[in-house]
Ligand binder design. Structure first.
Ligand SMILES: Nc1ncnc2c1ncn2[C@@H]1O[C@H](COP(=O)(O)OP(=O)(O)OP(=O)(O)O)[C@@H](O)[C@H]1O
Ligand SMILES: [Mg+2]
Length: 495
Protein backbone atom coordinates (compact mmCIF):
# COMPACT_ATOMS: atom_id res chain seq x y z
CA UNK A 1 0.00 0.00 0.00
CA UNK A 2 0.99 3.58 -0.56
CA UNK A 3 3.22 5.52 1.80
CA UNK A 4 1.02 7.86 3.74
CA UNK A 5 3.58 9.34 6.07
CA UNK A 6 7.34 9.58 5.91
CA UNK A 7 9.22 11.16 8.78
CA UNK A 8 12.94 11.45 8.18
CA UNK A 9 15.79 12.02 10.64
CA UNK A 10 13.63 13.90 13.10
CA UNK A 11 15.66 15.52 15.87
CA UNK A 12 14.39 17.41 18.88
CA UNK A 13 16.64 18.34 21.77
CA UNK A 14 15.69 19.87 25.09
CA UNK A 15 19.05 21.19 26.27
CA UNK A 16 21.20 18.10 26.68
CA UNK A 17 18.18 15.74 26.47
CA UNK A 18 17.97 14.10 23.06
CA UNK A 19 14.21 13.48 23.07
CA UNK A 20 14.29 12.57 19.36
CA UNK A 21 17.70 11.81 17.97
CA UNK A 22 17.32 11.21 14.23
CA UNK A 23 14.10 9.20 13.99
CA UNK A 24 12.60 7.72 10.82
CA UNK A 25 8.96 6.67 10.84
CA UNK A 26 6.86 5.41 7.94
CA UNK A 27 3.15 4.72 7.98
CA UNK A 28 1.25 3.24 5.06
CA UNK A 29 -2.44 3.75 4.33
CA UNK A 30 -4.38 1.00 6.09
CA UNK A 31 -1.60 0.29 8.56
CA UNK A 32 -1.59 0.42 12.36
CA UNK A 33 1.91 1.11 13.63
CA UNK A 34 2.54 0.51 17.31
CA UNK A 35 4.95 3.08 18.71
CA UNK A 36 6.58 1.56 21.77
CA UNK A 37 9.33 2.48 24.16
CA UNK A 38 10.19 3.05 27.78
CA UNK A 39 8.98 6.08 29.69
CA UNK A 40 10.87 9.10 28.39
CA UNK A 41 12.08 7.43 25.20
CA UNK A 42 10.59 10.15 22.99
CA UNK A 43 7.22 8.84 21.74
CA UNK A 44 5.06 11.80 22.67
CA UNK A 45 7.69 14.22 21.44
CA UNK A 46 7.77 12.56 18.01
CA UNK A 47 4.00 12.80 17.75
CA UNK A 48 3.99 16.43 18.87
CA UNK A 49 6.48 17.15 16.11
CA UNK A 50 4.25 15.41 13.58
CA UNK A 51 1.13 17.24 14.69
CA UNK A 52 2.91 20.60 14.78
CA UNK A 53 2.76 21.14 18.54
CA UNK A 54 6.54 21.40 18.84
CA UNK A 55 8.91 22.31 16.01
CA UNK A 56 11.73 19.82 15.34
CA UNK A 57 15.35 21.01 15.39
CA UNK A 58 15.89 19.17 12.11
CA UNK A 59 14.40 16.50 9.90
CA UNK A 60 11.62 16.34 7.34
CA UNK A 61 8.03 15.17 7.09
CA UNK A 62 6.21 14.15 3.93
CA UNK A 63 2.50 13.43 4.23
CA UNK A 64 0.51 12.15 1.24
CA UNK A 65 3.32 13.23 -1.03
CA UNK A 66 3.43 16.80 0.27
CA UNK A 67 6.06 18.28 2.49
CA UNK A 68 4.88 19.38 5.90
CA UNK A 69 7.14 21.84 7.66
CA UNK A 70 6.85 24.80 9.97
CA UNK A 71 3.27 23.67 10.53
CA UNK A 72 0.92 24.13 13.47
CA UNK A 73 -1.87 21.74 14.52
CA UNK A 74 -4.35 23.63 12.36
CA UNK A 75 -2.29 22.91 9.23
CA UNK A 76 -1.72 19.32 10.30
CA UNK A 77 -5.47 18.85 10.62
CA UNK A 78 -6.04 20.54 7.28
CA UNK A 79 -3.58 18.11 5.69
CA UNK A 80 -5.48 15.14 7.14
CA UNK A 81 -3.76 14.34 10.44
CA UNK A 82 -5.71 14.06 13.69
CA UNK A 83 -4.46 13.65 17.23
CA UNK A 84 -6.74 11.99 19.76
CA UNK A 85 -5.75 13.68 22.98
CA UNK A 86 -5.66 11.91 26.29
CA UNK A 87 -7.37 14.74 28.04
CA UNK A 88 -10.23 15.29 25.74
CA UNK A 89 -10.87 18.75 24.44
CA UNK A 90 -14.62 18.48 24.90
CA UNK A 91 -17.19 20.72 26.54
CA UNK A 92 -19.11 18.70 29.10
CA UNK A 93 -22.28 20.75 29.12
CA UNK A 94 -22.77 20.41 25.36
CA UNK A 95 -24.06 17.51 23.29
CA UNK A 96 -22.03 15.22 21.06
CA UNK A 97 -23.28 17.09 18.01
CA UNK A 98 -22.45 20.52 19.42
CA UNK A 99 -18.95 19.34 20.30
CA UNK A 100 -18.44 17.96 16.83
CA UNK A 101 -19.45 21.30 15.29
CA UNK A 102 -17.26 23.32 17.63
CA UNK A 103 -14.29 24.90 15.90
CA UNK A 104 -15.20 23.35 12.58
CA UNK A 105 -15.21 26.15 10.02
CA UNK A 106 -17.65 24.62 7.56
CA UNK A 107 -20.11 23.45 10.20
CA UNK A 108 -23.21 25.61 10.47
CA UNK A 109 -22.37 27.41 7.22
CA UNK A 110 -21.81 24.99 4.40
CA UNK A 111 -22.95 22.05 6.45
CA UNK A 112 -26.33 22.33 8.13
CA UNK A 113 -26.89 21.03 11.62
CA UNK A 114 -29.40 18.39 10.49
CA UNK A 115 -27.00 17.17 7.86
CA UNK A 116 -24.18 16.87 10.36
CA UNK A 117 -26.42 14.98 12.80
CA UNK A 118 -27.15 12.57 9.97
CA UNK A 119 -23.47 12.10 9.26
CA UNK A 120 -22.72 11.59 12.95
CA UNK A 121 -25.28 8.79 12.92
CA UNK A 122 -23.88 7.28 9.79
CA UNK A 123 -20.21 7.33 10.86
CA UNK A 124 -21.14 6.18 14.34
CA UNK A 125 -22.94 3.14 12.92
CA UNK A 126 -20.25 2.35 10.35
CA UNK A 127 -17.42 2.36 12.91
CA UNK A 128 -19.44 0.98 15.81
CA UNK A 129 -18.95 4.12 17.91
CA UNK A 130 -22.43 3.85 19.41
CA UNK A 131 -22.81 7.62 19.87
CA UNK A 132 -26.10 9.45 20.10
CA UNK A 133 -25.59 12.94 18.60
CA UNK A 134 -27.93 14.44 21.18
CA UNK A 135 -26.36 12.86 24.28
CA UNK A 136 -24.70 15.30 26.68
CA UNK A 137 -20.95 14.74 27.02
CA UNK A 138 -21.19 15.03 30.81
CA UNK A 139 -23.38 11.91 30.87
CA UNK A 140 -20.97 9.78 28.85
CA UNK A 141 -18.31 7.42 30.24
CA UNK A 142 -14.67 8.06 29.34
CA UNK A 143 -14.62 5.53 26.53
CA UNK A 144 -17.47 7.26 24.72
CA UNK A 145 -15.87 10.67 25.08
CA UNK A 146 -12.80 9.34 23.39
CA UNK A 147 -14.96 8.11 20.54
CA UNK A 148 -16.24 11.65 20.02
CA UNK A 149 -12.65 12.64 19.29
CA UNK A 150 -12.41 9.80 16.80
CA UNK A 151 -15.71 10.84 15.26
CA UNK A 152 -14.47 14.41 14.86
CA UNK A 153 -11.33 13.14 13.17
CA UNK A 154 -13.27 10.99 10.71
CA UNK A 155 -15.83 13.70 9.90
CA UNK A 156 -12.93 16.01 9.06
CA UNK A 157 -11.50 13.36 6.74
CA UNK A 158 -8.39 12.55 8.73
CA UNK A 159 -6.23 10.03 6.88
CA UNK A 160 -3.84 9.51 9.76
CA UNK A 161 -4.84 9.24 13.40
CA UNK A 162 -2.41 9.61 16.27
CA UNK A 163 -3.42 7.99 19.55
CA UNK A 164 -1.02 8.60 22.45
CA UNK A 165 -1.76 6.04 25.18
CA UNK A 166 -5.49 6.00 24.42
CA UNK A 167 -6.14 2.92 26.53
CA UNK A 168 -4.36 3.83 29.76
CA UNK A 169 -7.52 4.97 31.52
CA UNK A 170 -10.15 2.81 29.88
CA UNK A 171 -11.94 -0.14 31.43
CA UNK A 172 -11.12 -3.50 29.80
CA UNK A 173 -14.43 -3.64 27.88
CA UNK A 174 -13.83 -0.15 26.53
CA UNK A 175 -10.31 -1.12 25.47
CA UNK A 176 -11.70 -4.02 23.51
CA UNK A 177 -14.21 -1.72 21.78
CA UNK A 178 -11.52 0.83 20.96
CA UNK A 179 -9.30 -1.81 19.36
CA UNK A 180 -12.25 -2.92 17.23
CA UNK A 181 -12.84 0.67 16.15
CA UNK A 182 -9.16 1.02 15.23
CA UNK A 183 -9.38 -2.10 13.03
CA UNK A 184 -12.39 -0.60 11.26
CA UNK A 185 -10.53 2.65 10.65
CA UNK A 186 -7.70 0.61 9.19
CA UNK A 187 -10.04 -1.24 6.84
CA UNK A 188 -11.20 2.15 5.55
CA UNK A 189 -7.60 2.75 4.51
CA UNK A 190 -6.64 5.15 7.27
CA UNK A 191 -3.22 4.99 8.87
CA UNK A 192 -2.82 4.92 12.64
CA UNK A 193 0.02 5.53 15.06
CA UNK A 194 -0.88 3.81 18.30
CA UNK A 195 1.20 4.45 21.43
CA UNK A 196 0.74 2.00 24.28
CA UNK A 197 2.64 0.24 27.03
CA UNK A 198 0.29 -2.74 26.91
CA UNK A 199 1.88 -5.45 24.83
CA UNK A 200 -1.27 -7.59 24.40
CA UNK A 201 -2.93 -4.60 22.73
CA UNK A 202 -0.03 -4.34 20.32
CA UNK A 203 -0.30 -8.01 19.39
CA UNK A 204 -4.06 -7.64 19.03
CA UNK A 205 -4.31 -4.73 16.67
CA UNK A 206 -0.97 -3.53 15.26
CA UNK A 207 0.48 -4.54 11.91
CA UNK A 208 3.96 -3.40 12.77
CA UNK A 209 5.96 -1.85 15.59
CA UNK A 210 8.67 0.72 15.99
CA UNK A 211 10.50 0.77 19.29
CA UNK A 212 12.12 3.95 20.60
CA UNK A 213 15.04 3.86 22.96
CA UNK A 214 16.55 7.05 24.29
CA UNK A 215 15.38 9.04 21.28
CA UNK A 216 16.46 6.53 18.62
CA UNK A 217 14.11 4.26 16.67
CA UNK A 218 14.40 0.59 15.77
CA UNK A 219 13.63 -0.34 12.18
CA UNK A 220 9.94 -1.06 11.68
CA UNK A 221 9.17 -4.74 12.35
CA UNK A 222 6.11 -6.79 11.48
CA UNK A 223 4.03 -8.00 14.42
CA UNK A 224 3.09 -11.27 12.74
CA UNK A 225 4.44 -14.23 14.67
CA UNK A 226 5.94 -12.15 17.48
CA UNK A 227 5.29 -13.19 21.10
CA UNK A 228 4.65 -10.96 24.08
CA UNK A 229 8.02 -11.70 25.66
CA UNK A 230 9.81 -11.06 22.37
CA UNK A 231 8.10 -7.67 22.20
CA UNK A 232 9.07 -6.90 25.78
CA UNK A 233 12.65 -7.79 24.96
CA UNK A 234 12.61 -5.50 21.95
CA UNK A 235 11.42 -2.73 24.24
CA UNK A 236 13.61 -3.09 27.29
CA UNK A 237 16.13 -5.74 26.36
CA UNK A 238 14.73 -8.29 28.82
CA UNK A 239 11.57 -10.17 29.66
CA UNK A 240 9.54 -8.34 32.26
CA UNK A 241 6.49 -10.53 32.83
CA UNK A 242 5.32 -10.05 36.42
CA UNK A 243 6.01 -13.05 38.61
CA UNK A 244 3.44 -14.26 41.06
CA UNK A 245 4.72 -13.01 44.36
CA UNK A 246 2.47 -14.37 47.06
CA UNK A 247 3.98 -14.33 50.51
CA UNK A 248 1.79 -13.80 53.47
CA UNK A 249 3.10 -13.20 56.95
CA UNK A 250 0.63 -14.45 59.54
CA UNK A 251 -0.48 -12.99 62.86
CA UNK A 252 0.19 -9.40 61.99
CA UNK A 253 -1.79 -6.66 63.73
CA UNK A 254 -4.89 -5.16 62.19
CA UNK A 255 -3.80 -2.00 60.40
CA UNK A 256 -6.86 -0.83 58.50
CA UNK A 257 -10.41 -1.49 59.53
CA UNK A 258 -13.62 -0.08 58.06
CA UNK A 259 -17.03 -0.66 59.58
CA UNK A 260 -20.15 0.21 57.59
CA UNK A 261 -18.14 2.88 55.82
CA UNK A 262 -20.54 4.80 53.61
CA UNK A 263 -20.12 7.71 51.24
CA UNK A 264 -21.86 9.11 48.18
CA UNK A 265 -22.01 6.20 45.74
CA UNK A 266 -20.12 3.97 48.13
CA UNK A 267 -20.87 1.29 50.67
CA UNK A 268 -21.70 0.43 53.29
CA UNK A 269 -18.35 -1.39 53.29
CA UNK A 270 -16.63 -3.55 55.88
CA UNK A 271 -12.93 -4.14 55.57
CA UNK A 272 -10.20 -5.68 57.69
CA UNK A 273 -6.63 -5.52 56.58
CA UNK A 274 -3.63 -6.78 58.51
CA UNK A 275 -0.01 -5.76 58.17
CA UNK A 276 1.83 -7.78 55.56
CA UNK A 277 -1.25 -8.03 53.40
CA UNK A 278 -2.26 -6.73 49.98
CA UNK A 279 -5.96 -6.49 49.35
CA UNK A 280 -6.58 -6.26 45.62
CA UNK A 281 -9.77 -4.45 44.66
CA UNK A 282 -10.88 -5.63 41.25
CA UNK A 283 -13.88 -4.46 39.30
CA UNK A 284 -15.01 -2.70 36.18
CA UNK A 285 -14.18 1.01 36.34
CA UNK A 286 -17.01 3.24 37.42
CA UNK A 287 -18.14 0.93 40.21
CA UNK A 288 -16.94 3.10 43.06
CA UNK A 289 -13.17 2.87 42.63
CA UNK A 290 -12.62 6.63 42.82
CA UNK A 291 -15.11 6.94 45.68
CA UNK A 292 -13.34 4.21 47.65
CA UNK A 293 -9.85 5.56 47.03
CA UNK A 294 -10.83 9.11 47.94
CA UNK A 295 -12.87 8.13 50.98
CA UNK A 296 -9.99 6.07 52.36
CA UNK A 297 -7.49 8.84 51.68
CA UNK A 298 -9.68 11.60 53.07
CA UNK A 299 -10.29 13.60 49.92
CA UNK A 300 -13.99 12.77 50.07
CA UNK A 301 -16.00 12.82 53.29
CA UNK A 302 -17.58 9.63 54.56
CA UNK A 303 -21.28 9.94 55.34
CA UNK A 304 -21.23 7.40 58.14
CA UNK A 305 -19.31 4.46 59.53
CA UNK A 306 -15.82 4.20 60.97
CA UNK A 307 -12.34 3.87 59.55
CA UNK A 308 -9.44 2.89 61.79
CA UNK A 309 -5.75 3.00 61.07
CA UNK A 310 -3.70 1.12 63.68
CA UNK A 311 -6.69 1.31 65.99
CA UNK A 312 -7.23 5.06 65.66
CA UNK A 313 -10.41 6.37 64.07
CA UNK A 314 -9.38 8.54 61.13
CA UNK A 315 -12.75 8.89 59.47
CA UNK A 316 -13.06 12.61 60.30
CA UNK A 317 -9.41 13.45 59.66
CA UNK A 318 -8.31 15.57 56.72
CA UNK A 319 -6.16 13.88 54.12
CA UNK A 320 -3.13 15.83 55.38
CA UNK A 321 -3.60 14.48 58.91
CA UNK A 322 -4.14 10.97 57.61
CA UNK A 323 -0.80 11.31 55.86
CA UNK A 324 0.84 12.26 59.13
CA UNK A 325 -0.54 9.24 60.95
CA UNK A 326 0.84 6.85 58.35
CA UNK A 327 -1.43 6.70 55.32
CA UNK A 328 0.04 7.01 51.84
CA UNK A 329 -2.05 7.54 48.72
CA UNK A 330 -1.36 7.19 45.01
CA UNK A 331 -4.36 8.57 43.13
CA UNK A 332 -5.19 7.35 39.66
CA UNK A 333 -5.17 10.84 38.23
CA UNK A 334 -1.73 11.57 39.60
CA UNK A 335 -0.66 14.29 37.29
CA UNK A 336 -3.74 16.34 38.14
CA UNK A 337 -4.07 15.77 41.88
CA UNK A 338 -0.76 14.60 43.28
CA UNK A 339 1.76 16.64 41.37
CA UNK A 340 2.42 20.36 41.01
CA UNK A 341 3.65 20.66 37.45
CA UNK A 342 5.14 24.12 37.85
CA UNK A 343 7.29 22.94 40.75
CA UNK A 344 10.59 21.09 40.47
CA UNK A 345 11.01 17.36 40.85
CA UNK A 346 12.76 17.91 44.19
CA UNK A 347 9.92 20.06 45.51
CA UNK A 348 7.35 17.53 44.40
CA UNK A 349 9.26 14.73 46.08
CA UNK A 350 9.28 16.74 49.30
CA UNK A 351 5.64 17.86 49.21
CA UNK A 352 4.67 15.68 52.15
CA UNK A 353 7.83 16.23 54.17
CA UNK A 354 8.44 19.91 53.71
CA UNK A 355 7.76 20.61 57.37
CA UNK A 356 9.88 17.78 58.71
CA UNK A 357 13.54 17.42 59.57
CA UNK A 358 16.04 17.01 58.01
CA UNK A 359 14.42 18.79 55.08
CA UNK A 360 13.20 21.68 57.14
CA UNK A 361 15.23 23.73 59.61
CA UNK A 362 13.78 26.73 61.44
CA UNK A 363 10.86 26.76 59.05
CA UNK A 364 13.06 26.86 55.96
CA UNK A 365 13.52 24.14 53.40
CA UNK A 366 17.08 22.81 53.59
CA UNK A 367 18.18 22.88 49.96
CA UNK A 368 21.14 20.55 50.41
CA UNK A 369 19.19 17.81 52.18
CA UNK A 370 16.29 18.17 49.75
CA UNK A 371 18.40 17.87 46.64
CA UNK A 372 20.38 14.97 48.05
CA UNK A 373 17.19 13.11 48.87
CA UNK A 374 15.71 13.92 45.47
CA UNK A 375 18.79 12.66 43.66
CA UNK A 376 18.68 9.41 45.54
CA UNK A 377 14.98 8.85 44.78
CA UNK A 378 15.50 9.77 41.14
CA UNK A 379 18.22 7.15 40.87
CA UNK A 380 16.24 4.47 42.70
CA UNK A 381 13.09 4.99 40.69
CA UNK A 382 14.82 5.73 37.41
CA UNK A 383 13.13 9.11 37.08
CA UNK A 384 14.61 10.44 33.86
CA UNK A 385 15.24 14.15 33.83
CA UNK A 386 18.12 16.56 33.49
CA UNK A 387 18.28 17.31 37.23
CA UNK A 388 16.22 17.53 40.39
CA UNK A 389 15.54 21.20 39.54
CA UNK A 390 13.66 20.30 36.36
CA UNK A 391 10.00 21.27 36.45
CA UNK A 392 7.81 18.21 36.93
CA UNK A 393 5.54 19.29 34.07
CA UNK A 394 8.29 18.91 31.48
CA UNK A 395 8.85 15.22 32.22
CA UNK A 396 7.38 12.44 30.12
CA UNK A 397 4.04 11.12 31.38
CA UNK A 398 5.48 7.98 32.92
CA UNK A 399 8.27 9.85 34.64
CA UNK A 400 5.78 12.26 36.24
CA UNK A 401 3.99 9.27 37.69
CA UNK A 402 7.20 7.84 39.06
CA UNK A 403 7.64 11.01 41.15
CA UNK A 404 4.39 10.37 43.00
CA UNK A 405 5.13 6.68 43.41
CA UNK A 406 8.63 7.35 44.73
CA UNK A 407 7.37 9.94 47.19
CA UNK A 408 4.59 7.77 48.60
CA UNK A 409 6.63 4.57 48.84
CA UNK A 410 9.61 6.30 50.38
CA UNK A 411 7.60 7.45 53.38
CA UNK A 412 7.35 3.79 54.52
CA UNK A 413 3.67 4.20 55.37
CA UNK A 414 1.62 1.93 57.63
CA UNK A 415 -1.12 1.78 55.03
CA UNK A 416 -0.90 2.46 51.31
CA UNK A 417 -3.93 3.10 49.14
CA UNK A 418 -2.86 2.73 45.51
CA UNK A 419 -5.30 3.39 42.68
CA UNK A 420 -4.05 2.20 39.28
CA UNK A 421 -0.44 2.92 40.25
CA UNK A 422 0.98 1.55 37.01
CA UNK A 423 -1.12 3.54 34.55
CA UNK A 424 1.19 4.96 31.92
CA UNK A 425 4.27 3.05 33.11
CA UNK A 426 6.30 0.95 30.70
CA UNK A 427 6.59 -2.79 31.42
CA UNK A 428 9.96 -2.50 33.17
CA UNK A 429 8.76 0.34 35.41
CA UNK A 430 5.51 -1.53 36.10
CA UNK A 431 7.38 -4.55 37.32
CA UNK A 432 9.64 -2.39 39.46
CA UNK A 433 6.69 -0.65 41.12
CA UNK A 434 4.90 -3.93 41.80
CA UNK A 435 8.07 -5.27 43.39
CA UNK A 436 8.38 -2.19 45.57
CA UNK A 437 4.77 -2.49 46.73
CA UNK A 438 5.35 -6.12 47.60
CA UNK A 439 8.51 -5.13 49.52
CA UNK A 440 6.45 -2.58 51.45
CA UNK A 441 4.00 -5.34 52.33
CA UNK A 442 6.81 -7.63 53.42
CA UNK A 443 7.98 -4.85 55.71
CA UNK A 444 4.63 -5.02 57.48
CA UNK A 445 2.47 -2.42 55.74
CA UNK A 446 -1.14 -3.01 54.72
CA UNK A 447 -1.97 -2.21 51.12
CA UNK A 448 -5.22 -1.54 49.31
CA UNK A 449 -4.50 -2.03 45.62
CA UNK A 450 -7.30 -0.82 43.35
CA UNK A 451 -7.01 -1.70 39.68
CA UNK A 452 -9.11 -2.67 36.71
CA UNK A 453 -6.21 -4.80 35.45
CA UNK A 454 -7.02 -8.27 36.65
CA UNK A 455 -3.58 -9.62 35.76
CA UNK A 456 -1.93 -7.18 38.13
CA UNK A 457 -4.43 -7.86 40.89
CA UNK A 458 -3.78 -11.57 40.53
CA UNK A 459 -0.03 -11.04 40.48
CA UNK A 460 0.30 -9.25 43.80
CA UNK A 461 -2.82 -9.63 45.96
CA UNK A 462 -3.12 -11.83 49.01
CA UNK A 463 -6.87 -11.39 49.02
CA UNK A 464 -9.13 -10.06 46.30
CA UNK A 465 -12.40 -8.18 46.65
CA UNK A 466 -14.59 -7.16 43.76
CA UNK A 467 -16.17 -3.74 43.80
CA UNK A 468 -19.54 -3.62 42.11
CA UNK A 469 -21.92 -0.66 42.29
CA UNK A 470 -19.98 0.75 45.25
CA UNK A 471 -20.08 -2.43 47.33
CA UNK A 472 -17.99 -5.54 47.72
CA UNK A 473 -19.55 -8.27 45.64
CA UNK A 474 -17.15 -10.92 46.85
CA UNK A 475 -13.96 -11.51 48.76
CA UNK A 476 -11.57 -14.43 48.25
CA UNK A 477 -8.08 -15.51 49.15
CA UNK A 478 -5.68 -15.41 46.23
CA UNK A 479 -5.13 -19.18 46.41
CA UNK A 480 -8.86 -19.79 46.12
CA UNK A 481 -9.54 -17.50 43.17
CA UNK A 482 -11.53 -18.76 40.25
CA UNK A 483 -11.42 -16.32 37.37
CA UNK A 484 -14.94 -17.23 36.25
CA UNK A 485 -16.27 -16.36 39.69
CA UNK A 486 -14.45 -13.01 39.66
CA UNK A 487 -15.95 -12.32 36.26
CA UNK A 488 -19.45 -12.96 37.58
CA UNK A 489 -18.90 -10.66 40.53
CA UNK A 490 -17.45 -8.00 38.24
CA UNK A 491 -20.48 -8.14 36.02
CA UNK A 492 -22.64 -7.42 39.06
CA UNK A 493 -24.09 -10.88 39.46
CA UNK A 494 -23.76 -12.48 42.84
CA UNK A 495 -24.44 -16.10 41.88
N1 LIG B 1 8.91 20.55 27.18
C1 LIG B 1 9.95 19.82 27.56
N2 LIG B 1 11.00 20.38 28.20
C2 LIG B 1 12.06 19.65 28.58
N3 LIG B 1 12.20 18.33 28.37
C3 LIG B 1 11.20 17.70 27.74
C4 LIG B 1 10.03 18.41 27.31
N4 LIG B 1 9.20 17.52 26.71
C5 LIG B 1 9.82 16.32 26.77
N5 LIG B 1 11.02 16.43 27.38
C6 LIG B 1 11.97 15.33 27.61
O1 LIG B 1 12.09 14.57 26.43
C7 LIG B 1 12.21 13.18 26.71
C8 LIG B 1 11.16 12.40 25.95
O2 LIG B 1 9.88 12.68 26.48
P1 LIG B 1 8.54 12.09 25.85
O3 LIG B 1 7.41 12.77 26.56
O4 LIG B 1 8.60 12.19 24.38
O5 LIG B 1 8.63 10.55 26.31
P2 LIG B 1 7.57 9.36 26.09
O6 LIG B 1 8.26 8.32 25.29
O7 LIG B 1 6.30 9.90 25.58
O8 LIG B 1 7.41 8.81 27.59
P3 LIG B 1 6.11 8.25 28.42
O9 LIG B 1 5.98 6.81 28.06
O10 LIG B 1 6.54 8.38 29.85
O11 LIG B 1 4.95 9.09 28.06
C9 LIG B 1 12.08 13.06 28.22
O12 LIG B 1 13.38 12.95 28.76
C10 LIG B 1 11.44 14.35 28.65
O13 LIG B 1 11.82 14.72 29.95
MG1 LIG C 1 4.34 10.08 26.40
Amino acid sequence: MAALLEMRAIAKYYGPVRANDGIDLDVRAGEIVGLLGENGSGKSTLMKVLFGIVPPDSGGIVFRGRELSGHRPREAMGAGIAMIHQHFMLIDAMTVLENVMLGWAEAGKVLRRGLIAQRVHEVSRRLGLDLDPHARVADLPLGRRQRIEILKAVLRNAELLILDEPTSNLAPGEVHDLLTILSRLRSEGRGIVFITHKLPEVLDVCDSVVVLRAGKASPKASVVGVSKSQLAEMMVGRDVAAPHILKKIDNQPLRLEARALTGAGLGPLDLELRGGEILGIAGVDGNGQFELAETLSGLRPAVSGSLRLDGRDIVRMSSARRTRVGLAYMPADRSATALVKSMSIAENLMLRDSRRRPYCRNGLLDQGATVEKANSLMAQFDIRARSADTKAGSLSGGNQQKIVIARELDRAPAVLVAHQPTWGLDPGATRFVLERIVALRDGGAAIVYISSELEEILAISDRIAVLSAGRFAGLVKREAVEKAQLGLWMSGRTA
